[in-house]
Write a protein that binds this ligand. Structure first.
Ligand code: FES
Length: 331
């Protein structure tokens, strides 16, 4: 039976338990969100022992070489001595600099990062607030245009992080930032290649960033951005995106709602079907898909069947935050 050494204590890891579950069972607060190896918010570092390879899948080589691993995926086969990512100096901090509503359900949160923070528009970061709550958000900002990191945050009833971010007393607070992570961003070098961007809900954030970045970098190929919502209330940034469309002849914005009534200029029906009816062949396209997993996963296949090469399909890896395992349920 393996043991983990953390904060001066040693804990037994029973078969089938992860490092994250053990630390939570022992009363430690470890940032976590998806609990399935995607968001990277549960990064910890082994200072002694070798973490299981499965817990390092998808991490950058530089992190692997330093012993970082994902606590939610680690069922260690040997003793490990570990420290938190924050204690090991990984990540940076940012200050909550402003919050403004984009719609009845979505707010834009502006964060002032440390001066050396670099990212590609469309990548995502994990925020960890002073209570240890972690959530991942895509960056809607473009460094060339925006001084701050801009997040589009869905305000959910009872949402722990969205409630905290939008509380007036949070303004000016520092948060820990891990990342940026992810491969959903614009890479220059093929300015004429058509781009196909499709997303739902706050999946608009990375798509908007990628489109703005592409245009900023002089992209000349056609850019189609499809944004779907359940009802009209779920659409936001409509005027801003129409203004971008008016300013750039190669940018086409297609908002859609699943349930009507849809006002003029807004499609009613399934956004993926509308997108593939509008752009039936995706041969030669670069495809970006972001939003609800039940849209993104089947759409990856549909995009492939419509002619996009697998290497040219980029999908936002987000999965919803999962509830932590309570000490009672692990015992
Ligand atoms: S990767 Fe471990 S909580 Fe998301």
């Amino acid at each position: 039976v393996a043991r983990i050494h953390f904060g001066g204590n040693a804990y037994t890891v029973h078969e089938g338990s992860t490092v994250l579950e053990v630390l939570e069972r022992e009363g430690h607060t470890v940032p976590s969100s998806c609990r399935s190896g995607v968001c990277q918010s549960c990064l910890v570092r082994a200072t002694k022992g070798t973490p299981p390879a499965a817990a390092q899948a998808g991490l950058k080589d530089t992190l692997i070489a330093q012993g970082y691993f994902l606590a939610c995926r680690a069922e260690p086969g040997e003793d490990l001595e570990i420290i938190s990512a924050a204690d090991s100096g990984l990540g940076t901090t940012a200050t909550v600099a402003g919050v403004r509503p984009l719609s009845a359900r979505v707010v834009e949160v502006a964060l002032r990062p440390e001066p050396d923070f670099a990212y590609w528009p469309g990548q995502f970061v994990t925020l960890i607030n002073p209570e240890g709550v972690a959530r991942s958000y895509s960056l809607a900002s473009v460094p060339a245009h925006d001084e701050h990191l801009l997040l589009q945050v869905a305000v959910l009833p009872g949402g722990v992080m969205s409630g905290w971010l939008t509380a007036p007393e949070t303004l000016g607070t520092r948060v820990q930032v891990q990342g940026p992570h992810g491969n959903c961003f614009y890479v220059p070098g093929a300015p004429g290649q058509p781009l196909f961007l499709l997303g739902t809900g706050t999946g608009l954030a990375p798509l908007q960033a990628i489109a703005r970045d592409a245009l900023h970098q002089g992209h000349t190929g056609e850019i189609h951005l499809f944004h779907g919502a359940l009802t009209e209330e779920g659409l936001y940034q409509v005027d801003e995106l129409r203004a971008v469309e008016a300013a750039h002849g190669n940018f086409h914005y297609h908002p859609g709602v699943l349930r009507g009534p849809a006002p003029a200029g807004i499609h009613e029906g399934k956004i993926d079907e509308h997108a593939l009816a509008t752009v039936p062949s995706l041969a030669g396209h670069r495809v970006f898909l972001c939003g609800a997993p039940e849209l993104v996963r089947p759409m990856q296949r549909k995009a492939f069947l419509a002619g996009a090469s697998m290497q040219a399909i980029f999908a936002d890896p987000f999965v919803p935050a999962a509830a932590p395992v309570t000490p009672e349920s692990c015992a």
